[in-house]
Design a protein around this ligand. Structure first.
Ligand code: ZN
Ligand code: ZN
Length: 201
């Protein structure tokens, strides 16, 4: 077990404040995701400047129970980019991309979008990125990709998801009501037209 620490973070304007507790390189996977869904989500909420030069989005996949919201839960909103179940969370105060989850409290999955956070603090707490996920979707293409395979990632997130889904960790997610298992913010589905407009702009 490697070193862990707490990582406090805020949205860009500071109205939404939260902490990831006891995180570190061994408590999750820090990656850059080059999938078009991540990229278009950040564009749809008007924050394309947060993406890297190849359209990559910085994320940290970890356990739902590590997240604590200090302030601003009422500012959260969620989107579905496709017909698939992934929910994208952001703060409505300043459109900061924050989390990816599944649509219910169970199965319990949490990916934290770290693109907007203080880079030095993220580096300190989480260590270096483990690589590039879905590197082949980068736009423009990556010259020196460090691909992380879906299989390798699954070795990390499936045990985390299993523990949190079957041993009660899911009840500690601040993003879902533990009684109804519904998300705090009802998702809106982005239309193909809206997505295409954001991607082209
Ligand atoms: Zn804000
Ligand atoms: Zn992605």
């Amino acid at each position: 077990m490697g070193a862990t620490s707490d990582l406090p973070f805020t949205c860009t304007c500071g109205k939404f404040r939260a902490i990831l507790h006891d995180v570190g390189p061994d408590e999750g996977d820090r990656l850059t995701c080059y999938c078009s869904d991540c990229r278009d989500f950040v564009r749809v909420i008007g924050r394309a400047e947060l993406l890297d030069a190849n359209g990559g989005n910085a994320v940290y996949q970890t356990r739902v129970a590590k997240l604590e919201i200090i302030e601003g839960a009422e500012l959260l909103a969620t989107l579905h980019m496709t017909d698939k179940p992934t929910m994208r969370w952001y703060s409505t105060c300043c459109n900061t991309p924050l989390f990816n989850t599944l649509p219910k409290a169970k199965p319990a999955f949490l990916s934290v979008n770290t693109s907007a956070f203080d880079r030095a603090k993220v580096d300190d707490a989480l260590g270096p990125s483990k690589g590039d996920f879905l590197a082949h979707e980068a736009e423009p293409p990556l010259e020196n990709a460090r691909p992380v395979s879906q299989f390798k990632l699954a070795l990390g997130f499936i045990p985390r998801l299993f523990k949190d889904t079957f041993f009660g960790g899911w009840k500690k997610s601040p993003l879902f009501d533990p009684e109804t298992r519904e998300p705090l913010a009802k998702p809106r589905r982005v239309s193909a037209e809206e997505r295409a407009a954001a991607a082209g702009g």
